[in-house]
Design a protein around this ligand. Structure first.
Ligand SMILES: *Cc1c(COP(=O)(O)O)cnc(C)c1O
Length: 367
């Protein structure tokens, strides 16, 4: 099955004798002993199993595990490591996961943050206790690109796992396991959900090895699992994922060109632009460049805020990946210690008509 087909058909496990076309929601938390499939919903549930089967196929993985949020999924990877393990993580990454590494896991795991687009720096960061390399590509919010194949090779040579946060690219445009990664992570709150109404996370694995068994243990015993309703909704959302991603990428590609030529814009970050420093690597590992971009408004934080306040169709809100366009001045959200430029606006390009979005931006950027 090709991606569009499996997105529609791989998430249905129908056991009901009425043969409904869509799998019903099984709200039960407990199942009669001896049924051979499920026992207790924290351990497994028919809707979660359907979602996990679908997610594994989307990422060419042997197995997938669904969580109650992207953060819970990432934390499960870290909690599956032995205490004292060293992690190499990106200098530009989702700030919530950075906080886990810096604050929650302090004293339990060691971490170094490096520029993942600099292979020399990545190679130099390995220590004898390095067990995990974490990449996020494209990264949040600077849309940096790491070379997944090259980092996977380095990690393999040193006996470390490579995990990739694939949230921005989506499984439609990038499959890290095919490029050498061991674990893929998604915030399914974003493109997989696609309508800004489901919180969720997912992990996919190249193989069901001992590390994966440990992650499954954290999922089950830690208990940060999604509800049957949320897993049902995600299966429903994923049916349109491929078409939504095509629309997001088409709009974002043209908007990034428009912004690059605008007199009020200092710089645009979008991997699809020829001017992006790692455009060639992005083109070699992605089949589309996605719907996320960020740009620097000429001036300071106040100038960026002024642009945001004039927009009509782009809601000033956090998160991304929904059908509605969103903008956010990330530095304001990330707090006083952020390295994100103060005049940076991150854009989650939605599926509104391109001309409405372009007109809105043109008006807001007018001096
Ligand atoms: C949102 C996001 C996360 C965290 O996911 P939640 O579902 O909000 O917990 C992780 N990584 C990236 C790249 C994200 O955008």
């Amino acid at each position: 099955m090709r991606l569009e087909t499996l997105s529609i058909h791989a998430g249905n496990i129908i056991t009901d004798t009425n043969r409904p076309a869509v799998q019903p929601i099984t709200t039960a938390t407990t199942f009669e002993h001896g049924n051979g499939a499920h026992m207790y919903t924290r351990a497994s549930n028919p809707n979660r199993t359907a979602l996990e089967t679908l997610l594994a196929k989307l990422e060419h993985a042997e197995d997938a595990a669904a969580f109650s949020s992207g953060n819970a999924a990432a934390l499960a990877v870290f909690q599956a490591l032995e205490p004292g393990s060293h992690i190499i993580a990106p200098d530009d990454m989702y700030h919530g996961i950075r906080k886990q590494l810096e604050e929650m896991l302090r004293g339990i795991l060691e971490v170094d943050f490096v520029d993942m687009s600099d292979l020399q720096a990545v190679g130099d960061a390995f220590k004898s206790n390095t067990r995990l390399v974490w990449v996020e590509t494209p990264s949040n919010p600077l849309l940096k690109i790491s070379d997944i194949r090259a980092v996977a090779k380095l990690a393999k040579e040193k006996g470390a796992w490579l995990a990739c946060d694939n949230t921005f690219a989506s499984p439609v445009f990038q499959n890290p396991i095919l490029l050498g990664a061991d674990i893929v992570m998604h915030s399914s709150t974003k493109y997989l959900g696609g309508h800004s109404d489901i919180l969720g996370g997912a992990l996919m694995t190249r193989s069901k090895n001992a590390f994966w068994e440990r992650i499954r243990f954290v999922q089950h015993v830690g208990g940060a699992v999604p509800s049957p309703f949320d897993t049902y909704l995600l299966v429903r959302s994923i049916k349109t994922l491929a078409y939504r991603m095509k629309g997001h990428a088409e709009n974002a590609g043209i908007i990034s060109e428009f912004l690059s030529q605008h007199a009020s814009v200092e710089r645009v970050f979008y991997p699809g632009l020829k001017s992006h420093p790692n455009h060639a690597i992005a083109a070699s590992q992605m089949s589309g460049f996605g719907g996320m971009l960020s740009f620097l408004v000429k001036g300071d934080a106040a100038d960026a805020d002024a642009v945001i306040s004039k927009l009509h169709y782009f809601t000033n809100a956090t998160s991304l990946g929904g059908v509605e366009s969103l903008v956010e001045r990330r530095a304001a959200v990330e707090g006083p210690n952020t390295k994100t430029p103060q005049n940076l606006i991150r854009v989650s390009v939605g599926l509104e008509h391109l001309d409405d979005l372009l007109e809105d931006l043109a008006e807001a950027l007018q001096k």
